[in-house]
Design a protein around this ligand. Structure first.
Ligand code: FES
Ligand code: FES
Length: 125
């Protein structure tokens, strides 16, 4: 299977790997699992007073496409409002990384993770 350069770049040099303080009220945490393969993704956002995401971190226990998808999403959400971030679609991720069909669910995981992080943030406010 041939993977795109962008995917390989995010896989080999993942952006924003790490953890934010989950009890901080400015932080939203999304933790999701993929039933198809058992991979797990944790994605966190730190939101400022204007509702804008100023930082994002992830930890993904999963395949290269899941790591690349979460890395890409942490880059995309920075500077977005939480509502804008919740609009990100897995199809955009899959297109950007040129994911092959069997890896589409990896991008779904990233969409679900950012949505869950936004939900968690909102539940605190
Ligand atoms: Fe192997 Fe996801 S199926 S890492
Ligand atoms: Fe399951 Fe990528 S998240 S194979």
């Amino acid at each position: 299977m041939a993977y795109s350069d962008k995917l390989m770049d995010h896989y080999e040099n993942p952006r924003n790997v790490g953890t934010l303080e989950k009890d901080d009220e400015s932080v939203g945490t999304g933790m999701v699992g993929a039933p198809a393969c058992g991979d797990v993704m944790k994605l966190q956002i730190k939101v400022n007073e204007d509702g804008v995401i100023e930082d994002a971190k992830f930890k993904t226990y999963g395949c290269g496409s899941a790591i690349a998808s979460s890395s890409l999403v942490t880059e995309w959400v920075k500077g977005k409002t939480v509502d804008e971030a919740a609009q990100i679609r897995n199809t955009q991720i899959a297109e950007e990384l040129a994911l092959p069909p069997v890896k589409i669910h990896c991008s779904v995981l990233a969409e679900d993770a950012i949505k869950a992080a936004v939900e968690d943030y909102k539940s605190k406010h």
